[in-house]
Write a protein that binds this ligand. Structure first.
Ligand SMILES: Nc1ncnc2c1ncn2[C@@H]1O[C@H](COP(=O)(O)OP(=O)(O)O)[C@@H](O)[C@H]1O
Ligand SMILES: [Mg+2]
Length: 389
């Protein structure tokens, strides 16, 4: 290193400053730990002890900063007996010379710690430490902590070569920490994406299906003549409602958002996604405080009814235009789907002609204390679904 060509020493690539093949091999081995399946704590402990042994330091320590870079979160020491550690007491908090390393992350080489202007002094029971070499653990401009050594045995101070070596080890430590943090973040992201997917699934498929079962049971209740059967069915419907409520509150308690967007965004998204089914553009007009006054429950029913009404337009109306309006005055909420199609056959409006679409829209409205009105003529069909809020 000494006398090497100018520019050959680049602090970002400290390995260039190391000529000794044995040291280079040990460095390489430390690096290989990152590629292997070794726990971060073990890698850091190995690096700290290699730093001691390769520079002849009696003591070494490696501190990892918390993510806000304010305090030392993880602290690994080498050379202290457990008894000595106990006597020193609490771990350093980043004051004094160690604070200098955090505020100004540059290598710091001191012959006599006690004479340094920033020396904060040692706690009682701390073994005497004179020579000091500290380097930041950094990768590019990100500082993760510091690695420092004290008491170079048989020498009055650490050398420039020691500095290069320890910097190279610190870079390895930095890459290991960065790696571990990225890994943790990726895992956390995967877990939360999965949770949200499960929540949406529970919400969209399971709840919707339970609800549909409840609605068809309600249809059977009206036709059942045996009072005991009616009672039993009514109980089953109440059970289902209870189950749905429980699933909803579990989803909520687990902090899983089935859909974090407001009603307006969900309505617009649904209109957009049904365009191919309807066959025309699906403009939506809003009136009143839709996002602030509609509960998640009302929104969910409204979306289901809007889907059904628009699907009907696509399947039965032969319309060239459709118009969706959602309006609320804070007390009631009204969904209106109007098309300019052929209108319903006369028996369809009485709901005997088709499937369960119109029936379920009505039941959803009635469940919330509201109603469904259908007006149909040769000029088109208008479905008005209104519920109190
Ligand atoms: N927008 C509409 N225009 C014309 N006819 C419609 C419209 N919506 C519903 N209908 C008629 O009403 C019937 C009942 O609708 P629905 O209850 O949704 O059952 P399905 O869609 O399964 O047939 C349909 O079969 C259709 O004949
Ligand atoms: Mg239908």
């Amino acid at each position: 290193v000494k006398g090497s060509a100018r520019g050959a020493y680049d602090p970002a690539v400290p390995y260039r400053a190391i000529a000794d093949p044995v040291q280079l091999r040990r460095l390489l081995e430390a690096n290989l730990l990152i590629a292997g399946d070794v726990a971060l704590g073990d890698i850091l402990r190995h690096i700290a002890s290699e730093a001691c042994s390769m520079t002849g330091a009696r003591y070494g320590a490696l501190g990892v900063l918390d993510e806000r870079r304010e305090t030392i979160e993880q602290f690994i020491t080498v050379g202290l007996t457990p008894e000595e550690e106990r006597r020193i007491g609490p771990r350093p908090t980043g004051k004094g010379v160690l604070g200098v390393l955090i505020i100004d992350p540059q290598p710091l080489r001191i012959a006599d710690l006690s004479s340094h202007p920033d020396a904060a002094g040692f706690p009682v029971g701390h073994p005497p430490m004179t020579s000091f070499l500290g380097v930041p653990i950094r990768v590019r401009d990100q500082v993760y902590g510091n690695l420092y050594l004290t008491e170079k045995v048989g020498w009055s101070e650490f050398t420039k070569d020691d500095e290069a070596l320890v910097q190279a080890l610190a870079l390895t430590a930095g890459i290991a920490i960065e790696n571990a943090q990225l890994h943790r973040k990726a895992e956390a992201a995967a877990v939360s994406a999965d949770r949200d997917r499960v929540a949406r699934d529970l919400h969209d498929s399971v709840i919707q299906r339970l609800f549909a079962i409840g609605l068809s049971l309600q249809g059977i209740i009206q036709r059942a003549d045996v009072p005991a059967t009616r009672d039993r069915l009514t109980e089953a419907v109440a059970d289902l409602d209870d189950t749905i409520r429980q699933i909803r509150s579990t989803i909520f308690e687990l902090g899983m958002a089935p859909d974090a967007r407001g009603p307006r965004a969900q309505i617009l998204e649904l209109a957009r996604s049904l365009q191919p089914v309807v066959g025309t553009a699906v403009p939506v007009r809003f009136e009143g405080p839709v996002d602030t006054s509609m509960s998640a429950e009302v929104t969910e029913h409204l979306l289901a009814c809007m889907r059904e009404a628009l699907t009907n337009v696509g399947r039965h109306a032969g319309a060239s235009a459709v118009d969706v309006r959602v309006r609320t005055d804070g007390a009631t909420c009204v969904l209106e789907v109007a098309d300019n199609g052929t209108g319903m056959a006369s028996d369809a409006a009485s709901e005997r002609g088709g499937g369960l679409g119109l029936v379920n829209m009505r039941r959803r409205a009635e469940k919330l204390g509201g109603r469904l009105d259908v007006a149909s003529s040769a000029e088109g069909t208008t479905v008005v679904w209104s519920v109190p809020l």
